[in-house]
Design a protein around this ligand. Structure first.
Ligand code: TRP
Length: 353
């Protein structure tokens, strides 16, 4: 077996269809930076999935193109370090398309139709009978992304679990047909469940650009404050003395994801921790405005350094593109190695080295 197959390798990524928001940060970005800095990984690949973004934005190439830079800025602002992590653009690694083409032979249409994430996304986009083939097959392309780098760990949100299941099936099928060639990946989910399901500021299940319910990493301090002070809370908590619900209340879910005991000491010393704050809200006597002000302090403290760093990188866009270009070259070399191995296993290597 190849030298890579005993290494710890991370691959993950995002579609560049908009700036990244607090949901991305809680659900994956923050974790990626920790993993990057943990020293436990031999390689960390972070991919801007522009080719995948085009599977449902084929008529809007400018949107995808401009968001590649936005996502790269968000990455660098959050602390992804190009000296450790290889940040690259999917479309520039053509081996990924090549691998996907071969993997297509190992997956049935019926199996793709059963993929719950694909099902839900088809519904959300009203595709039904008019699904682009490229979109329909994106779980296969995603398997190519993962296996091209021999990734062992894929840090993702819960919605991506069916993708990982599909990837493992393809790997097993490939290895049993053509001999041990590909590495089976494992997902890594957020450890705090609130992080995996950050709702929109309007209480809807997810932050989504089209719903206008996102707090962006690039938002100004004023924008953040006004979004938080206007957040949806418990609709039955009308008067301060009313008993309140903290469970389906986005303000408390955000606090679950972001607040620490230190924050309480600093901004709300009347309460020792989040459990105490929740207890008061639940028994009545605690107003929304007070909780929102505290949440605002917590989020401002979290996002201020990110916003500053983002602004610095924005002034150095040439350097950002250079980082991406270097990343693409490195990623391509790695993917080319795997592709060679794959073609050999499939007996489509005709001319030796
Ligand atoms: N589907 C992911 C998203 O929408 C992006 C992605 C593409 C990805 N290829 C991947 C994530 C491979 C993990 C592994 O955010």
């Amino acid at each position: 077996m190849e030298e890579n197959q005993s290494k710890n390798i991370i691959l993950t990524g995002d579609r560049p269809t908009g700036r990244l928001h607090l949901g991305h940060y809680a659900g994956s970005l923050r974790r990626r930076v920790e993993l990057q800095n943990s020293g436990r990984f031999d390689e960390v690949y972070i991919m801007i999935a522009d080719a995948q973004a085009l599977t449902d934005n084929s008529d809007n190439p400018e949107k995808v193109r401009s968001n590649v830079a936005e996502v790269a800025l968000d990455y660098l602002a959050c602390g992804l370090n190009p000296d450790i992590a290889t940040i690259f653009i999917q479309s520039q690694v053509s081996e990924l398309t090549e691998l996907a083409f071969y993997y297509m032979n190992l997956v049935t249409v019926a199996r793709l139709q059963r993929n719950p994430t694909v099902k839900a996304e088809i519904q959300a986009r009203n595709f039904e009978a008019s699904i682009p083939v490229g979109f329909f097959t994106y779980p296969i392309s995603q398997t190519a992304d993962i296996t091209a780098f021999d990734a062992t760990i894929v840090p993702v949100g819960e919605d991506q679990l069916p993708m990982l299941e599909q990837a493992r099936e393809i790997v097993r099928s490939f290895n049993s047909t053509y001999g041990e060639t590909l590495v089976e990946p494992k997902e890594l989910l957020p450890d705090n469940s609130a992080c995996g399901r950050l709702p929109g500021t309007d209480g809807k299940a997810k932050m989504s650009k089209s719903l206008g319910n996102c707090i962006y990493l690039a938002d100004s301090a004023d924008e953040i404050k006004s979004k938080i002070m206007n957040m949806y809370t418990d609709p039955n908590h009308l008067r301060v003395e009313d008993e309140g619900n903290t469970k389906d209340n986005p303000v408390f879910i955000y606090l679950d994801a972001f607040s620490t005991d230190e924050h309480f000491k600093k901004y709300l010393p009347d309460y020792q921790n989040l459990a105490a704050l929740k207890a008061h809200y639940e028994r009545g006597g605690l107003g929304d405005v007070k909780v929102k002000r505290f949440l605002n302090s917590v989020i401002q403290e979290t996002l201020e350094p990110i916003r500053k760093k983002r602004a610095e990188w924005e002034g150095r866009l040439d350097d950002v593109y250079e980082i991406l270009q270097r990343g693409c070259i490195k990623a391509r070399a790695a993917a080319a190695k795997t592709t060679k191995r794959v073609k050999k296993a499939m007996k489509i290597d005709y001319f030796g080295e």
